[in-house]
Design a protein. Structure first.
Length: 93
């Protein structure tokens, strides 16, 4: 019996991976793009972090930190966010 393996690929998955990789740079548990922010801005408190250059993207990506997860989200908690000017390791446009 042959077993199939599935892998998620594409621009959305690549962007999500890149944003996840810079969460430590911004001292934030969750970082989202502007397109995701437009979908959840009324559901979660967020803080604009500015723009970063993301490998594979021609233009800088505007990013936001999610400040708290909703009450119904397991592990929901408040998080502190460092301002973009304090972040030295993130790439800037």
């Amino acid at each position: 019996r042959q077993r199939l393996e599935y892998t998620a690929i594409g621009d959305t998955v690549n962007l999500a991976a890149r944003l996840e990789s810079i969460t430590k740079d911004f001292d934030s548990a969750v970082i989202i793009s502007e397109s995701t922010h437009s979908l959840v801005k009324d559901e979660f408190p967020t803080h604009a972090l500015g723009e970063v250059i993301v490998k594979g993207k021609a233009i800088p990506v505007r990013i936001y930190a999610v400040l708290a997860l909703g009450a119904g989200v397991e592990g929901g908690t408040q998080t502190t966010v460092r301002p973009p000017e304090e972040v030295r390791s993130a790439q800037r446009p």
